[in-house]
Design a protein around this ligand. Structure first.
Ligand code: GLY
Length: 363
């Protein structure tokens, strides 16, 4: 059985970031039959701890904000552009507006005030917003990134750092060994399970802790003369969340549905219909866009929406369950894993994500 140094199982944004950072310290092998694909390829690219936050998820907000602070350096190291125009959040009906009030009150109670705006003021800030929008928020701090550009740069940076890409599929992780689908195995020093929604099947301790949460997304292309949004636009439309994330050039990413549907990644007619109908009520101009792509990905859901980030047993770490926040949490996850592999303390905000909160672990 060959020896492969530190092994990272999974080549999405989390696994690639970990492998790239770890390779500065140690030889790294990344196992994935199709790296830079999956949920990371489908993602909207919002880096949005504030607009994703909710009462009861304060640890996730702290973790997200600590990771957002790391994003400018992480992006600069990779040569990736960040969008810093901020996010407008729109409410369509009275119940949607009440939900946004809960979010704004919650953020204010944590000292993170956001601007509450009437519909007219929101339209002044983002003229692409339509007349049905009743009220909203402006959140200047949340950022966005082109997920596909990020993945290309991560693949290059990892390769330049010396990461070995192994396209075989891992099936089970033991201390010191990873079993592969072809019946063979590889020996490892430390193994990091970072396989997103598939992580639950890779170690007995993760069984039922990580589950797939399907999300469908559309890519649109602006045609000449349309009024394109400049900001990320999020909205609640009769309680259904929808978001539109502009990319450089004329592309707009429209997402996302959220279903508990196992490992199904087929895009459904109903999902596309609902996304388009809801988004058009917020930004009427999208009716004039071209529809260029539909896709579905599997978020890695956890029980409490916090990731699982820490040691399962000596020689086996997990970095999975990032749910709606994989891109946002990539920098702090990579820093935390690098510290843990080196036997150092991870950033304090990561402690709440220790898998020991759900399962017995061995140190
Ligand atoms: N981060 C947005 C989503 O998961 O749809």
């Amino acid at each position: 059985m060959s020896y492969s140094g530190t092994v990272v199982v999974g080549g999405g944004v989390i696994g690639l970031s970990i492998a790239w950072r770890l390779a500065a310290d140690t030889p790294v092998t990344l196992l994935d039959p199709a790296p830079a694909r999956g949920a990371s390829w489908v993602a909207g690219g919002m880096l949005a701890p504030v607009t994703e936050s909710w009462p009861g998820e304060e640890d996730l907000l702290e973790l997200g904000c600590a990771s957002l602070d790391r994003w400018p350096d992480y992006a600069a190291d990779l040569g990736v552009e960040l969008r810093t125009d901020g996010t407008v959040v729109a409410a369509l009906d009275a119940a949607d507006a009440a939900q946004l009030d809960i979010l704004a009150d919650h953020l204010a109670s944590l000292g993170r005030a956001v601007d509450r705006l009437a519909g007219r003021d929101l339209r002044q800030r983002e003229p692409a917003i339509g007349p049905s929008v009743r009220s909203g928020l402006f959140v200047p701090g949340d950022l966005a990134v082109d997920n596909r550009e990020l993945l290309r740069h991560l693949m290059d940076a990892a390769a330049r750092a010396g990461v070995t890409f192994d396209r075989r599929r891992a099936t089970l992780v033991h201390p010191g060994e990873v079993e592969l689908a072809d019946g063979s195995g590889i020996r490892s020093g430390t193994t990091v399970i970072a396989a997103g929604a598939w992580s639950g099947g890779l170690h007995p301790a993760l069984d039922r802790l990580v589950r797939p949460v399907k999300g469908e997304i559309l890519r649109l292309r602006a045609r000449p003369g349309v009024l394109a949004p400049r900001h990320t636009v999020r909205a609640l439309v009769e309680s259904r969340p929808v978001y539109l994330v502009p990319r450089a050039g004329d592309e707009l990413v429209l997402g996302a549905t959220q279903y508990e549907a196992g490992f199904d990644t087929e895009v459904t007619v109903g999902g596309v219909r609902d996304l388009l109908a809801d988004a058009e009520r917020v930004v009427p101009g999208i009716a004039e866009y071209g529809l260029t792509e539909t896709a579905a990905g599997l978020r890695a859901g956890s029980r409490d929406n916090l990731p699982l980030l820490g040691m399962l047993e000596p020689g086996v770490l997990v970095a999975a369950g990032h749910h709606r926040n994989g891109l946002l949490l990539a920098p702090i996850t990579a820093d935390a894993v690098r510290a843990m592999v080196a036997g150092e303390d991870p950033p304090a905000e990561v402690l709440a994500a220790d898998p020991a909160r759900h399962v017995p672990t061995r140190r």
